[in-house]
Each structure stands twice: as structure tokens, then as C-alpha cells.
Design a protein around this ligand. Structure first.
Ligand code: OVM
Length: 397
């Protein structure tokens, strides 16, 4: 065992949240695990160490929270998720319920709806030529197709509430800083809306939301559990895909060679989104809590420690990737950790990928040129990378 390195890196600073890459390099290079002394937490950012920790769910527990707060000690701002903030056997049972609703048949029925919506939205943008990639596309598409897939009526309130809730959830994973408090200021209304929206009676039949309630009931869970499982999707499924689409738009607008490849090969629309999830990694990281003393590489971490598992660090680890900072739509992406890995790996990743494929297929089919029309502005959030604004201009094909 070697002794560990402490670091002053602040994963909640504006600088880190806007552009974490240099700090992630520092963390990776400092050791297998690094003590972040500002918060009294460990951080893991090398690809192989992140994989090992996420696969070792017995030593790296989720039930004490996947944010900075330790649910064994601290009160959470919301009822803990019975999916992401749970360990086996509860997690196993709940995961089965939701995973069982992601059937090929259910997903196939979304495919044409996604393609149609993406085509319509892109057609409108072509008429305008200049638009904001976040406000006019990245936010518009998921907040239309996602609630519709779940059986939630789509209107302006739905769209705003879903974005607000995502902001709450991901800011709520961090330290109780000003960002956290600002997000929480109007939390009550948003939370009430989400609670009401996840109830069985509020969800249209035929949607994934109703299917989750049915599956929950069949598994002997309560209607309240069913609603909590629907809530997981509303928590994790909207702002994440908004960020992914926004970053992918920025990547394609700033890398004309890559855009050309996507234009030439329809299969690369999906790859462009996926490479963006690796490279820009919307979910920076989630915490685990050690259940006993655990080795990470050549280090030993004691039990009851909060450990920040940095997906974004793993996704740009030069030990694992060639040219890790580069955007390469032809890259072999197996092993990227933008959706996590192990028992808690994103259960909605199939839907996320379908959304990305729909948007970038619609674009490549209709648009010849996509170019920056101003500087992108980052959207700072305690655990989710994103853009606030992305001025773009496009030329029809
Ligand atoms: C949840 C959930 C699941 C995945 C991610 C997430 C904090 C939340 O079950 O509420 O983001």
C-alpha cells in the first residue's frame, strides 16, 4: 500500500463545472484515489478504477446516496430514489420492474414517433437558418418525445417542469452551495407537480409510465413504489439528453470533418451522439459509500467514506483512450462510462440513444452545413454538464 495524495480540487467550483478536464487530469495523475480535502471525500477518475468501483456494488454502496449528502446521516431534499439510491436486494427487484418495460416492442413504437418529431423540429429550424441549439432544439426535442412516451401530456408547463426538476435533481447531488440553494428556492411546486404526474391515474394508458405501474403491481410493489419508479425516469431522463444533444450539436458545428462523415454515412448519426456522451459526459459523476475497508489500486480506503466516481474522468483517461479529448465519430466506443456500468448502469440508455439517433439523423438528412454563430455558454450545475446557449446557423441540404 502506498500513501494517498490529497488535492484541493473543488468539483463544485464554477471552473470545474464549466471545464473539468484539467482538474480531472490532476485527479487521475495523483493516484488511483485522491482525497479531496475541501469536502472530506475520495475521488476516483481513472477508467479501470471507475469500472472496478462501479462493478463492486457490495463495497461501493448506493443506498447512502449518490450525491455528496450521506443519507445515513443527512436529510435529503427529496425522498430517496428506490432505484438509484438503493442496493440489492431492493434495487434488484425494482430494477427488474423498470427494465421489463423497455421491451423491443415498446421501443419500436417510439422509433417512428421520435423520427417524426425530430424531422418536424429540424424543418422549422431550416426555415429560420439561425437558432439557438439549446433553447430551440436540445430542450425542445426531449421535452416533447419523453413525456409523450411516458403518457404525460405535453404542453409548456410539462416542458418547463421537467427541465426544472432535472436541474433540481442534479444540483441536489452536490454541496449545498448557492447553485443548490437557488435550484431549491422554488422546489416545492416542482416536486408537487412531479409527484402528481407520476401517480398511476395521471398517466395515459399505453405509455411506459402505465407499464411501470402495471409491472410494479405484478411484482407486489405498492402504487407508491410504482410512482417512485416513474419518478426515476423523470429525474434522470430529460436534462441528461438535453445536454447530450446540445454538446453533440456543438461538436458537429465546430468539427466540419466529423459533420462530413455523418453526412456521408447515416449510421454515424448515432455514433456522433454516443461519442459526445463519452467526450462531453453530461453526468460528471455519482457517489458511492464504502461499506468496509476497500482497496483501490494500491490504496486502501476505510469504510463509511463517500467516494466520488468520476465518469467524466474515466471517459477522457489517456490510459484507456487514444486522443481522449478529440471528437471522433468513428471511434470504437465500447467501454465508455457516460451511462455508467454495473447494476446501476443507465436503464434508459436505449431511449437516450434513440433520441440522439433521431435528432442527428433528421439533421444529416436535411442539413448541408451547420456552423457556430457565436460562443456557446455553459450551464453550470453541481453534477450535470450542459449548455445554456449555443448559437448556430444551418444551410439546407
Ligand atoms: C432516480 C435517478 C436515477 C438515475 C439518476 C438520477 C440523480 C436519479 O432514480 O431518481 O440522477
Amino acid at each position: 500500500m502506498t500513501s494517498h495524495t490529497a488535492s484541493r480540487v473543488d468539483p463544485y467550483s464554477d471552473e470545474f463545472l464549466a471545464e473539468p478536464w484539467d482538474d480531472l487530469t490532476l485527479i487521475r495523475d495523483a493516484g488511483h484515489a485522491v482525497w479531496l480535502d475541501r469536502y472530506g471525500i475520495w475521488a476516483i477518475a481513472r477508467h479501470d478504477d471507475v469500472v472496478a468501483a462501479l462493478r463492486n456494488h457490495e463495497k461501493f454502496s448506493s443506498s447512502r446516496g449518490v450525491g455528496l449528502a450521506d443519507l445515513a446521516v443527512d436529510q435529503s431534499w427529496r425522498r430517496p430514489s428506490i432505484l438509484v439510491e438503493a442496493d440489492p436486494p431492493e434495487h434488484t427487484r425494482n430494477r427488474k420492474v423498470v427494465a421489463g418495460t423497455m421491451t423491443p416492442k415498446a421501443l419500436r413504437s417510439l422509433e417512428s414517433a421520435f423520427a417524426k418529431a425530430a424531422g418536424r423540429i429540424v424543418d422549422e429550424l431550416i426555415d429560420r437558418r439561425q437558432f439557438d441549439g439549446v433553447r430551440d432544439l436540445a430542450e425542445v426535442f426531449p421535452t416533447e418525445v419523453f413525456p409523450r412516451a411516458f403518457g404525460i401530456e405535453v404542453n409548456d408547463e410539462t416542458r418547463q417542469r421537467l427541465l426544472d426538476y432535472g436541474s433540481l435533481v442534479f444540483n441536489g447531488n452536490g454541496v449545498e452551495n448557492q447553485r443548490f440553494r437557488t435550484a431549491m428556492a422554488n422546489a416545492e411546486e416542482t416536486i408537487s407537480w412531479v409527484t402528481a404526474t407520476c401517480a398511476r391515474d395521471a398517466l395515459q394508458s399505453g405509455g411506459i409510465g402505465a407499464a411501470i405501474h402495471d409491472a410494479a403491481e405484478a411484482a407486489g410493489l405498492t402504487p407508491d413504489d410504482g410512482a417512485m419508479l416513474v419518478r426515476s425516469f423523470l429525474s434522470a431522463g430529460v436534462d441528461t439528453t438535453v445536454s447530450g444533444i446540445a454538446f453533440a450539436l456543438n461538436n458537429l458545428a465546430t468539427e466540419p470533418d466529423q459533420w462530413l462523415l455523418v453526412r456521408e454515412n447515416p449510421l454515424l448519426a448515432r455514433a456522433a451522439f454516443e461519442e459526445t456522451i463519452r467526450r462531453d459526459c453530461p453526468v460528471i459523476g455519482f457517489f458511492r459509500t464504502t461499506t468496509g475497508s476497500t482497496t483501490v489500486g494500491d490504496l486502501e480506503i476505510a469504510g463509511d467514506q463517500k467516494v466520488l466516481i468520476l465518469f467524466a474522468g474515466a471517459n477522457r483517461d489517456p490510459r484507456r483512450w487514444n486522443n481522449p479529448d478529440g471528437f471522433d465519430v468513428t471511434r470504437r466506443l465500447t467501454g465508455h462510462l457516460g451511462y455508467g456500468i454495473g447494476i446501476h448502469a443507465c436503464v434508459g440508455m436505449v431511449i437516450a440513444r434513440m433520441e440522439g439517433e433521431a435528432v442527428f439523423t433528421a439533421l444529416r438528412d436535411r442539413v448541408r452545413l451547420i456552423e457556430p454563430n457565436g460562443e456557446p455558454i455553459p450551464r453550470l450545475n453541481n453534477s450535470l454538464r450542459g449548455l445554456d446557449s449555443l448559437p448556430l446557423s444551418i444551410e439546407p441540404a
